[in-house]
Design a protein around this ligand. Structure first.
Ligand SMILES: Nc1nc2c(ncn2[C@@H]2O[C@H](COP(=O)(O)OP(=O)(O)OP(=O)(O)O)[C@@H](O)[C@H]2O)c(=O)[nH]1
Ligand SMILES: [Mg+2]
Length: 361
């Protein structure tokens, strides 16, 4: 299962360009608004030096990196929730993503049309944020109505649910994205099932001009509008696009010329990892070395379930090696000799870098 990121933003701000640059998805990216109508998706392998080192040490037949899937949808304009532009019907495509990436235009290029006729990152951010809030309001009002209809059968329960949904509705109406509410309001499986857009972990890609990678105009205002805890990543989709077209051996040198250490993809993955509090674990069964991304705190049976649902149900125990130990000693047999293989049970929460062998019925 990939980590899934949904890309939103105004039309013609570089969403598809970024998707293409990051994933070689070959989505159409052209200089006119609403170029994208159907959704585009692209999957990329996450670069992982530890996985590469493990592959060298263990020489498995197959190496499978963790992946990240990007979903790029149609641009949103003011009034999208009332059907302006292409409306917001495409937002449904990002209901099931793990996090939302909002691409905001910061580059000034007279040659590229802006739907509002001006470049104003803060105003753009607020327009799209409002559309996401309105989409959530619509969902919440439908949920409220459904609860009211069922209230006769379960009046007590309904009252409690209406009160909780009412609090979410009030926040959205005040313009507060649900991710900004205290965790106890939103960290609840019942609420999670609503798949509300402003509740998802969220980060901003500021699509800056080629000369503005260090910061540039509008970034501070953008960060302020986005509020605390929302990462703002300056990226030049244009440069990333050019980088992606270069042969691999020239790419690093070219990136260095622009002062870009680690490409946009690595930075985006890094930001996504810490935003979602993800860790990586590895499996080595059947000559297949594989990396997996999971949220911090995932227990051993839950992690096994990511590999196969049967493995969660039939979980017995897991043998765990630390990736650094394994790299230092070179083989499982050596680790065994040094007593560095642990056996853990159902309650064990996996740690970053665990190399796991699950035992199950
Ligand atoms: N100068 C400059 N132009 C860019 C940059 N990123 C994208 N563009 C141009 O902006 C235009 C729109 O890019 P797209 O990637 O199609 O934009 P989009 O957000 O997917 O647009 P819609 O699908 O219409 O919502 C294209 O002509 C791109 O070449 C950038 O960083 N700098
Ligand atoms: Mg597009």
């Amino acid at each position: 299962m990939s980590l899934k990121l949904g890309i939103v933003g105004m039309p013609n701000v570089g969403k598809s360009t970024l998707l293409n640059a990051l994933t070689q998805a070959r989505a159409e990216a052209s200089n006119y608004p609403f170029c994208t109508i159907e959704k585009n998706t692209g999957v990329v392998a996450i670069e992982d030096p530890r996985l590469q080192a493990l592959a060298q040490a263990l020489a498995p037949e197959e190496v499978i990196p963790a992946t990240i899937e990007f979903v790029d949808i149609a641009g949103l304009v003011e009034g999208a929730s009332r059907g302006e532009g292409l409306g917001n019907k495409f937002l449904g495509h990002i209901r099931d993503v793990d996090a939302v990436v909002h691409v905001v235009r910061c580059f000034a290029d007279e040659g590229v049309a802006h739907v509002a006729g001006r470049v104003d990152p803060r105003a753009d951010f607020e327009i799209v944020e409002t559309e996401l809030l309105l989409a959530d309001l619509e969902s919440l009002e439908k949920i409220e109505e459904r609860i009211r209809k069922q209230a006769k059968a379960h009046p007590r329960e309904a009252e409690r649910e209406l009160e909780r949904v009412g609090r979410l509705i009030a926040a959205v109406k005040r313009g507060v994205p649900l991710r900004a509410l205290p965790e106890e309001e939103t960290r609840d499986p019942w609420v999670a099932e609503f798949r509300l857009l402003t509740m998802k972990p969220f980060l901003i890609v500021a699509n800056v001009g080629e000369g503005d990678l260090g910061g540039g105009s509008g970034l501070a205002a953008l960060a302020e509008a986005a509020g605390p805890g929302v990462p703002v990543l300056p990226v030049s989709a244009r440069i990333e696009e050019e980088l992606a077209q270069l042969p691999e051996e020239e790419r690093a040198a070219f990136a260095r010329d622009f002062g870009l250490e680690g490409g946009a993809l690595q930075r985006l993955v890094g930001a996504g990892r810490s935003l979602l509090r993800l860790i990586t674990f590895y499996t080595t069964a059947n000559e297949k070395l594989q990396a997996w991304l999971i949220p911090q705190g995932t227990t051993a049976p839950q992690a096994a379930g990511r590999i196969h649902t049967d493995m969660a149900q039939g979980f017995i125990r897991v043998q765990v090696m630390g990736v650094d130990d394994l790299l230092r000693h070179g083989s499982r047999a050596e680790l065994h000799k040094h007593g560095l293989i642990r056996t853990e049970g159902r309650d064990y929460a996996l740690r970053d870098g665990d190399v796991c062998q699950f035992l199950f019925h």
